[in-house]
Design a binder for this molecule. Structure first.
Ligand code: NAD
Ligand code: DAU
Length: 349
């Protein structure tokens, strides 16, 4: 493969995937397509923007003709598709935007890949990056495997489930060479502060309440974003055609315990007395349709591709906090302007 096209590369996970590929594969051309929505930020890639094997193209995946033009011009051999509307709360207030980007946008990419590869799929691959939320919610026990039935509950997860189905349908109907990864909650540098961990870091720094939905006993399985990027690299290159792979950290935390751990680490790093940050914890109205628990069984990717997380949660969280403390300008830039309007609407009810 000579040219790899990555969508959503200016976002949180996408920027780590682009960096991983640009450095690891200097002989390949890496093209990043991103519409630069509120979640896309070229600052995330400032360290690689001048690399010879990297190119950025601003484009919206909902625009079928511009996507086809880009594919016809650059003839990518591989696609890694991350562009999406990714925040569950925003999907509850604006579901259609999620249908447009996550469903229609994905189908536009599938059509473009099918057209330029013209049924000669030798050496080609379409990697769709998806989520564990497509499987719905677990009770207090059990894990999601690749065989778990889809049962999405939020407009976000319904749109991602739909896109997964389209990707599989293009494999089954047209033979398009595809792989899918379904990953659990990521955290790390460049995480947009609408999501729980960076939102709490930002609020602790600004002495604002830490909003915990409902009773805080909802459980997520957290994975350091660079471990996700490495899993994507492995599955993209070595995953079996037509297969999906679950990716997760074997690292479950109830939200309230996670936020308390974060508070403890923040107090230590900021040289404040222990308990200062935790005093900001505030229980608020629950998220509608809130999934109780997600937990990934990552045995398949571990056994078949020898992938496992490289950092413990405590290490990953510490690295994450350090990054935010060293990059206060980044945080300041992404939380000015529209973020303030979003925050008011979401949390002042
Ligand atoms: P993000 O919201 O941080 O970034 C999304 C990126 O997509 C942004 O750069 C944005 O500008 C771009 N984008 C949005 N709409 C676009 C459009 N119409 N055309 C082109 N670009 C567009 O998202 P993320 O958290 O980095 O997630 C990336 C992918 O990984 C998503 O597909 C998401 O569903 C999936 N995923 C995320 C997590 C997680 O914990 N964040 C976990 C599992 C899977
Ligand atoms: O599981 C993978 C998914 O993880 C990805 O597909 C999504 O793109 C990603 O956003 C994430 O979804 P969650 O809804 O799990 O992440 P979020 O950070 O929004 O919320 C994590 C948990 O914290 C969830 O139970 C809701 C809760 N929460 C969240 C926010 C923003 C709060 O209690 N308060 C908050 O203010």
């Amino acid at each position: 493969m000579n040219t790899i096209l990555i969508t959503g590369g200016a976002g949180f996970i996408g920027s780590h995937v682009v960096r991983e590929f640009v450095y690891k594969y200097p002989e390949k051309k890496i093209i990043n397509i991103d519409a630069l929505t509120y979640a896309g930020n070229l600052e995330n890639l400032s360290d690689i923007e001048n690399c010879n094997n990297y190119q950025f193209i601003k484009a919206d995946i909902t625009n079928a003709s511009s996507i086809m033009e880009i594919f016809q011009k650059h003839k990518p051999d591989g696609i890694i598709h991350l562009a999406a509307e990714s925040h569950v709360d925003r999907s509850i207030t604006n579901p259609l935007e999620f249908v447009m980007t996550n469903v229609i946008g994905t189908v536009n990419l599938l059509n473009a890949a099918k057209e330029i590869w013209k049924d000669n799929y030798e050496g080609k691959r379409f990697h769709h990056v998806s989520t564990d939320e497509v499987y719905g919610a677990l009770g207090e026990t059990g894990f999601f495997t690749e065989e778990t039935s889809y049962d999405p509950h939020s407009p976000y997860s319904a749109s991602k489930a739909s896109s997964d189905h389209f990707v599989r349908a293009y494999h089954d109907t047209y033979g398009l060479p595809i792989v899918i990864t379904n990953c659990s909650n990521n955290y790390g540098p460049n995480h947009f502060p609408e999501k729980l961990i960076p939102l709490c870091i930002h609020n602790i720094l600004n002495n604002k309440p830490l909003p915990i939905y409902g009773n805080g006993k909802y459980t997520r399985d957290w994975l350091f974003v660079i471990d996700h990027a490495k899993a994507i690299d492995l599955v993209f290159h070595k995953g079996e055609n037509g297969n999906s792979y679950n990716v997760g950290g074997f690292n479950e935390w109830q939200n309230i315990d996670l936020v308390k751990e974060l508070c403890k680490q923040m107090d230590e790093k900021l040289n404040r007395s222990i308990g200062t940050a935790a005093n900001l914890i505030t229980f608020i109205k629950d998220r509608p349709g809130h999934d109780l628990r997600y937990a990934i069984d990552a045995t398949k990717i571990n056994k078949e591709l020898n992938w496992s997380p490289s950092v413990t949660f405590e290490e990953g969280l510490s690295k994450t906090i350090d990054w935010f403390l060293e990059n206060k300008d980044w945080l300041e830039n992404v939380t000015s302007g529209d973020y303030q309007k979003y925050y008011q609407k979401q949390y002042t009810k």
